[in-house]
Each structure stands twice: as C-alpha cells, then as structure tokens.
Design a protein around this ligand. Structure first.
Ligand SMILES: Nc1ncnc2c1ncn2[C@@H]1O[C@H](COP(=O)(O)OP(=O)(O)O)[C@@H](O)[C@H]1O
Ligand SMILES: N[C@@H](CCOP(=O)(O)O)C(=O)O
Length: 320
C-alpha cells in the first residue's frame, strides 16, 4: 500500500481551489507503487492523479521530472501532463509534502507479458528518446556505475545472508563493470525504470508511460538494457529471445542504433541487472519490520546478471 501521507479534507479542498478545480467527487489512495503517495481524484472536470512526494524523491529533482513530463506530453508522448495551478506553478505543498497533479492515463499495466507488448514498448521507448532530445534540463544518473559501489558497500557485510558467496560475486562484477563501462555511447534523457508496472495498455496498444521519478541523462542503450531485463525474461527465469528481438527491432525502426550501441548491449544489460539487484538487496536488508511495502526479491536480478555474463554478443538478444 503506497499511501504514506494522509490528506485532511479541508487541506484538499483548499488545494483544489488553487487549481480552479473542485470539489472532489471521489478521492482514493492508490495501493500500487512504492516511492510516493498517490491518489486518484475525480472532479467535475475529469480524473487526475495527485502525488505527494515522499522522502526518497529529492525536492530539487522535481522540476526536472515534472518539466520532462510536460515536455514529452507536448511532443505527443503518452505520459502524464502536470497541471498548472492558477499561480502558474506545477509544484505546491499539501499535507506537509511537495505535491503535484497530473492527468489520468487510461489503460492497465500487463500482468502477463506477450510479444506484442515488447514490440509496442520498443516503438514508444524510441519515440520517448527522440522527444527528449531537446529537453533543456539535465539530471545525472546517480544509479549508474559510480552509484553502485556505495550501494554495494552498504550491503556487503550482510549480502551472504541472502545468497552464500554473494559479496564476493558482486564485488568481482562491480570491479569488472567499473573497468569496462562505456564512455561515449549516444546519450540523452532516459526513463530508467520502464518496468511493466509503469506501462499501460488497452487491448494491444500502449496507452501510457508513467513514473518518471528515476528519469535522468544516460546512454539510450542503457534504457533498452533495463527493458530487456524487465520484459524479456519469463516467470521461470528463462530468457525469451523472441520478445527481445521484437523489442529491439521495433526500437531501431524508429531510432536506429549504432554498431557501438549494439555491441555494448550485453555489458549494459549486466550493469542494468546489477543496478536493480543492488537497490533491491539494499531494501531487502534494510526494510523496517512490519513495513507495508513488501521489498522485491533481489535474487531475480542476480539470475539475470548471471545470464548476461554468459552472453557473447547481441545475437543472444535475437539480433544480427
Ligand atoms: N497518470 C496516471 N494515470 C493513471 N494511473 C496512474 C497515473 N500515475 C500513477 N497511476 C497509478 O498509481 C500507481 C503508482 O504510481 P507510480 O508512479 O508507479 O508510483 P511510485 O512512484 O510510488 O512507484 C500506478 O500503478 C497506477 O495505478
Ligand atoms: N522497478 C524497480 C522498483 C521501483 O518501483 P516503481 O514502483 O517506482 O517502479 C524494481 O523492480 O526494482
């Protein structure tokens, strides 16, 4: 359940008045999500999502995230559009937290991934990358290679409680990635967390991309590597090369990638595996007793990492 902060009704009413909206016909906390408190709001003017930003989202990053959504939406990307209040600002305060309202997107995220989902995703990811090309703000990826060692060090002493020998295995992988991480692939704004629960579909068409709160500037192909991991493994852990081929082929129909990007994919996929393994491992080892958000299993991403360590070239992802 991701409602960390409750909103008193009188504060909500005053907040909505600032947007020229109101009154709330319904106002419900949304159980899904991890980072922030989200509410579905119905008003006579339509449906909106109200988000209160919790501790893990830095306030200074909010202009980047909200500005990016506005920029992408204005270029036809199916993402939430932030609402401006009557004072012109997007970001306000509610119940003691930074707060914003965005448009509601139709569709549902897929609980079971079919090949057509991967194909649609590839097309829309490439469009997102192109549309972000002239976004004027930038934000470094603090969860790229330089961010992994502090996370590793924070987990190291207890990692073997999760998998015997894990601290050594991760230490070796980290050293390898630090030594070989690419320097100069094509880069720009990436989503950086485009998991199935952040992508909505209706019938077989993609209708929405949400949750831009890890978006940053990094290699475009790293975003693809994140998606390969999140969309192209079956629940039993097997890699599905057909899904990967559809994802990558649809992407390159819109934004062709260079030979260097293609060659780097196995390494980027290892890095993307380590990134999500480490954040999950940290949360697994540090979540408070009785917390209402269940931490995700870090072992899933260890298995993905081990798969990519065996890959010898992009052919394993269904490409030539
Ligand atoms: N713009 C939107 N339109 C429709 N539903 C949304 C929208 N934004 C968020 N949601 C709903 O809220 C849930 C949590 O949102 P998300 O951004 O993933 O939260 P968190 O950042 O806390 O992980 C989503 O799974 C979805 O059900
Ligand atoms: N996608 C990450 C966790 C981030 O959660 P989200 O609800 O903000 O997408 C993972 O699976 O580890």
């Amino acid at each position: 359940m991701a409602v960390y902060t409750e909103v008193p009704p009188e504060e909500l009413e005053a907040f909505l008045t600032c947007y020229g909206l109101g009154p709330a016909l319904t106002f419900k906390g949304i159980a899904e999500g991890v980072e922030n408190s989200n509410f579905l709001l119905e008003t006579p003017q339509g449906r909106y999502i109200l988000t209160l930003y919790e501790k893990r989202v830095a306030r200074d990053d909010l202009p980047f995230f909200l500005g990016l959504m506005e920029h992408l939406a204005s270029r036809g990307i199916a993402c939430p559009t932030p609402l401006h209040a009557e004072d012109g600002a997007i970001l306000h305060e509610l119940a003691g937290r930074p707060a914003a309202m965005v448009t509601f997107l139709e569709g549902l995220w897929p609980r079971r991934i079919h090949p057509f989902h991967c194909q649609e995703l590839g097309t829309h990811l490439a469009r997102l990358h192109l549309a972000g090309g002239d976004f004027p703000l930038s934000r470094p990826n603090n969860l790229s290679v330089t961010g992994w060692r502090p996370l590793y060090e924070a987990c190291r002493s207890r990692a073997d409680e999760v998998v015997p020998g894990l601290a050594l295995e991760l230490g070796n992988e980290l050293a390898f990635l630090e030594a070989h991480w690419p320097q100069d692939l094509p880069a720009g704004v990436i989503h950086a967390d485009l998991f199935p629960d952040n992508v909505f579909f209706r019938e077989e068409k993609l209708t929405g991309l949400i949750d831009f709160y890890f978006a940053c500037n990094d290699f475009y192909a790293y975003d693809l590597a994140i998606c390969l991991n999140a969309w192209c493994f079956e629940p039993d852990g097997a890699f599905n090369a057909t899904k990967a081929r559809l994802l990558l082929a649809a992407y390159r129909n819109v934004r062709p990638f260079s030979g260097a990007e293609l060659d780097a994919l196995p390494l980027l996929a290892r890095g993307a595996s380590l990134r999500f393994h480490l954040t999950r491992l940290y949360d697994w080892l540090n979540h408070p007793e009785g917390a209402f958000v269940q931490p995700k299993d870090p072992r899933e991403y260890l298995d993905k990492l081990r798969f990519h360590q065996q890959v010898r070239g992009p052919g394993a992802y269904g490409l030539d």
